[in-house]
Design a binder for this molecule. Structure first.
Ligand code: GDP
Length: 464
């Protein structure tokens, strides 16, 4: 254990609430709580039991009726003796309770310190500890599912199994190294090479899920673009079911970008309504247009609205193609479909637009007035954004640190493979392999440093 002192903090959200929960953890957690506790002594309580009693202020007066839940280490979240004290959620009670606990010998916890202790005491590996922060931050079904799978260790299992494969490979190399004086080659170089390539492919596959993983965690960025007045703001409001963006007949009304989130089928969608793209002398509007192009480059799905009278499809597509993200999908929308009568002329017009669209982009007629096409559009957005993800979600990388470590491992494995091609000596090959193993070990925390831990846990809130 890194520290044995006893820490305390309010673990529920800051502010007033129905109830508040203070967490006390450390070797003296139970003794310290007993000093401010009126009721059956918690020192006599069995682990995992809850007790009704009273908590007292520093001057001995009763602060509140409370429930204390006792956990004996190592079978607690932190692995230490822990007491969770539930009180009424007044900010005054919370503040006084912390003062009483500190006067009795605890100290206020640092951000993420409970989870840090859980890691240091072997209750969670590092990737699982980071998942605790993701669980707390999750705001959609998809983000929650990913964080849960990481918390339950499925992601760590993939990393550990890759690392185990590398360790086996290292053993083969080291064997050769031990006998290098005698100039014997034990392992068949071809087999080693193929094994290394196979491992690197798996590392790369995991690393390649990062951008999709971030999309699932933080929301799918969807840009709504098109000429001014084509119906972008109204479509945004329709998709959101609110009146967030200003709808007006004056071209260029949406001068800045508007960002709003909504949930579609358990996925968080981050809609970006943009200033229309057109050539203008108005400086404010030009800035908006510049920002539009900028935002478009981050979008995973682009909703490109085309008006009933538009005929410069190719020119418009050239603008979009310049800025779109290479992995983005485009949905072309024939906007204000209600204005087109259901005659042959309307369908001929749609066919004409379809003909001008680049290969692979389909055209969807949508009306924000009759709602025609809106449901299909919602489904298509989600299908396009998450359709290309691996079916095994526990392989998805959602954390920048994990992604960087996988990249490092991949680079080191590349050097290993190249080294084999150039006939590098086994000791140099082993060095590259060790680098790759170390990179993966930092993900789960098998190898770590104070610096990494401080960076990770300082991002948590106090009380977590
Ligand atoms: P933006 O400049 O592209 O954001 O366009 P707006 O959403 O502000 O819409 C411009 C005008 O077109 C407004 O008068 C809207 O009410 C109208 N409009 C938007 N969508 C539709 C639609 O689907 N059908 C019809 N008939 N009018 C629409």
């Amino acid at each position: 254990m890194e520290q044995v002192d006893t820490i305390c903090a309010i673990s529920t959200a800051p502010g007033r609430g129905g109830i508040a929960v203070a967490r006390v953890s450390g070797s003296l957690a139970i003794e310290i709580t007993d000093k401010i506790w009126k009721g059956k002594p918690l020192a006599d309580a069995a682990s995992h039991t809850a007790h009704l009693g009273k908590i007292t202020a520093q001057d001995g007066t009763v602060l509140d009726t409370a429930v204390a839940t006792v956990f004996h280490g190592p079978n607690s979240f932190t692995g230490e003796n822990t007491v969770e004290i539930s009180t009424h959620g007044s900010t005054y009670i919370q503040q006084q309770l912390l003062m009483s606990l500190t006067a009795a010998g605890a100290r206020i916890a640092e951000p993420g310190e409970f989870t840090r202790r859980a890691f240091l005491n072997g209750r969670l590996d590092l990737a699982e500890a980071e998942a605790v922060a993701d669980i707390i931050a999750s705001s959609s079904k998809a983000a929650h599912r990913l964080a849960m799978s990481q918390l339950q260790g499925s992601f760590s299992n993939h990393i550990d199994s890759l690392r185990a494969k590398m360790v086996d490979l290292a053993a083969l190399l080291e064997l050769e190294l031990d006998f290098s004086e005698e100039d014997v080659t034990f392992a068949d170089r071809n087999t080693l090479r193929n094994l290394s390539k196979e491992i690197r492919e798996k590392v790369d596959t995991m690393a390649s899920t990062y951008s999709a993983g971030m999309t699932l965690r933080d929301g799918i960025p969807v840009a709504i673009i098109g000429r001014p007045n084509v119906g972008k703001s109204r479509l945004l409001n329709t998709l959101l079911g609110t009146d967030r963006a200003i709808v007006s007949d004056i071209p260029g009304t949406t001068r800045d970008t508007v960002e709003e989130t909504t949930d579609i089928d358990g996925h968080l969608i981050r809609f970006i309504d943009t200033a229309g793209i057109r050539h203008t002398d108005d400086t404010v509007e030009s800035l908006g247009i510049e920002r539009t192009l900028n935002k478009t480059s981050r979008a995973r799905v682009i909703l490109w609205l085309i008006g009933p009278e538009e005929d410069d499809i190719e020119e418009m597509y050239a603008d979009i193609a310049k800025t779109r993200h290479p992995e983005s999908s485009i949905i072309a929308i024939l906007s204000k479909w209600d204005l087109m009568d259901s005659s042959c002329a309307a369908s001929r017009h749609a066919d004409e637009i379809r003909r001008q669209l680049p290969y692979g982009i389909s055209l969807m007629p949508v009306s924000s007035i009759t709602m025609e096409g809106v449901e299909t559009l919602r489904k298509t957005i989600v299908d396009l954004a998450v359709g290309s993800l691996p079916s095994d979600e526990s392989m998805i990388v959602t954390n920048a640190r994990h992604h960087a470590a996988l990249k490092d491992a991949s680079d080191a494995l590349k050097q290993l493979i190249d080294g084999m091609d150039y006939g590098l000596t086994p000791d140099l090959l082993a060095q590259h392999l060790r680098q790759a193993i170390t990179a993966l070990a930092t993900i789960t925390g098998h190898i770590t440093s104070q610096e990494i831990l401080t960076t990770i846990f300082s991002r948590f809130c106090i009380g977590k």
